[in-house]
Design a protein around this ligand. Structure first.
Ligand SMILES: Cc1cc2nc3c(=O)[nH]c(=O)nc-3n(C[C@H](O)[C@H](O)[C@H](O)COP(=O)(O)OP(=O)(O)OC[C@H]3O[C@@H](n4cnc5c(N)ncnc54)[C@H](O)[C@@H]3O)c2cc1C
Length: 303
């Protein structure tokens, strides 16, 4: 590990101050949240930001809030460990807690933030597919006020988002969900822990368990295109249908067809496609069979 050059670090106490600092100092700076991506880039990948603006002294950027309409707001500096163990998230969206639990180790999750996982815009970011399946939105604040964008529109490419350099991701907004929503996240990575996803699949749908009917089906994939993506063709095959093993198989094949994986050091594109096929089917069937809040028991049966 290379000894990094000394860095100029600022610790603003408001979003306005943080944005103004970036405006004043010019291009080449970076915001700092948990540092689990940024510090590695500086120490191991020879990345030299011109300056760093630490967001952690800005009040109000962390915490998980249930809204009166049933929606959920997660502050961008909320750690992935907080998402993993949050009673609200475990009750409402256990597969989102599960996706956070898949990141690195508990030490990493104690520092890594949900905002950093999105803002870093790695195609394999584990929390992104679960949030896409929940149709989450991102609240972004800048010097000229706030805007809210669909998370699906937030990612522009590997390492790229719609945010301008002085803009800060302040919160993730999860819209109200039907109480019969079920879901699942599967991270496929042959090593049990501490590896990035070869592929990730999140599914969420409103399930009438007695009739096995699926509605509002959302399927999102990670690590198989330049940005986390929805598999809309697979979703439409299932919409309003009775879920059978055969239909789940067809949806898996369709998701495999519509994703756009690359070959790299972890896996060939063909293998990734096949893992999307198998794990989309598995995620759909797991979600339909799930007992709420028991995902930790199912985790051992992931592969
Ligand atoms: C050993 C190890 C294992 C890992 N394993 C996984 C894994 O399995 N799965 C996975 O998905 N990730 C993994 N990661 C990556 C990392 O932990 C996550 O992406 C994490 O969520 C990043 O959050 P952070 O708060 O540490 O971001 P930081 O490193 O602080 O920031 C990352 C980037 O986002 C920008 N940024 C951060 N917050 C904001 C904000 N609020 N507004 C605007 N820009 C912002 C920063 O400027 C920087 O460019 C791993 C990392 C390590 C070191």
């Amino acid at each position: 590990m290379r000894r990094p050059e000394p860095l100029e670090i600022f610790q603003p106490t408001s979003i306005r101050e943080a944005g103004a600092l970036v405006k004043e100092k010019g291009p080449g700076g970076r915001f700092l949240a948990g540092g689990t991506d940024l510090v590695i880039a500086v120490k191991e990948k020879s990345f030299s930001p011109k300056y760093v603006v630490d967001l952690k002294r800005i009040p109000g950027l962390s915490g998980i809030r249930e809204e009166a309409d049933g929606g959920l707001k997660i502050g961008s500096l909320t750690t992935l460990r907080e998402v993993e163990i949050s009673p609200i998230i475990l009750k409402r969206f256990p597969f989102l807690a599960q996706s956070a639990a898949e990141v690195g180790s508990v030490q990493i999750r104690n520092r890594a933030t949900i905002g950093g996982n999105m803002a870093n815009a790695t195609p394999s970011a584990d929390v992104a597919p679960a949030l896409l399946a929940l149709e989450a939105r991102a609240r972004i604040a800048g010097l000229n006020g706030e805007r809210v964008v669909e998370l699906e529109q937030f990612f522009r490419g590997p390492g790229q988002t719609v945010m301008a350099p002085e803009e800060i991701l302040t919160e993730i907004i999860i819209p109200p969900a039907n109480p019969s929503l079920v879901g699942e996240y599967i991270k496929f990575s042959p090593r049990e822990m501490m590896d990035l996803a070869y592929i990730g699949v999140a599914v969420a749908f409103v399930f009438n368990a007695s009739q096995k009917l699926c509605e509002k089906v959302r399927i999102a994939l990670g690590a198989v295109s330049p940005t986390p993506m929805r598999a809309r063709g697979a979703e439409s095959l299932l919409e309003g249908q009775v879920l059978t093993e055969e239909l789940a198989e067809k949806a898996g094949a369709e998701a495999a067809r519509e994703c756009k994986p690359i070959s790299d050091v972890r896996s060939s594109a063909d293998y990734r496609r096949d893992m999307v096929r198998v794990n989309t089917k598995r995620a759909l069937l797991n979600a339909a069979a799930q007992r709420p809040g028991k995902w930790t028991e199912r985790r051992d049966r992931r592969y």
